[in-house]
Write a protein that binds this ligand. Sequence first.
Ligand code: HPA
Length: 276
Amino acid sequence: MSRQYEKLEKCCAYYRSRTGFSPKVGLILGSGLGGYAKNMKVETEIPYGDIPGFPVSTVQGHDGRYLLGYIGRVPAVVMKGRVHYYEGYPMEDVVLPVRLMKKMGIEILFLTNASGGINESFSVGDFMMITDQISSFVPSPLIGENVSELGERFPDMTHIYDRELMEVIKKTAQEEAVELKQGVYLQTSGPNFESPAEIRMYATLGADAVGMSTACEAIAARHAGIRVCGVSCISNMASGLSKEELSHLDVQAVADRRAEEFERLVTRSIEKMETM
Ligand code: HPA
């Protein structure tokens, strides 16, 4: 058994000591969505700090806990707060929470985040459904001994974002009259924002938005056979694309302002995933 799987088994044993709940969908909340609990029927909460060996998020505004309950009729686990690579955890620990959700039983992972817009047709406050990703600027979470209990050594990444789930999100956006852009998300390590020259490079490489999370989680989820989808809130235009300098406070303020609509899009989409 790999060392990482042993660690996961310990986390899982703790989880099972707390609840027998078996969620179908996992949802990771990005900036601004910290108040999501009001959209679900919470049955159990597990602070990350209670779970032995679990990485604990240190970012302001990222309170760390699993919320277990129902989104509509769908049994779900929601991650209020995620761990970022820039906090200093190795990538394999950054994705431990995703792997634990796999062990809880999820089949679908819904990723959300706030990001900087690179595509010049985007505006601050837009929502971008993630159609593909570039993670080449951060280490793969799969480096090291393969966790063969979860997946294979060389997993395919042709369709990281599930085509059927994307259709559900698009249809939901239409029904809810939520404007939805689409594009490629690029993950950097952070924690610094990018330089304008880096953003020009990322644009050349085909990125539409940039952020400091998500792509590594999507890789770990695909490795473990979880179906993945994601939506990003464009909280600012990326460095050099607007006159403003970038600040975490501004990112949070825009994400907060867009939270209600974002939550509606996410909730209505997940409700439709009951039988998928
Ligand atoms: N860059 C990186 N991460 C981000 C940004 C950005 O401009 N906005 C929100 N998260």
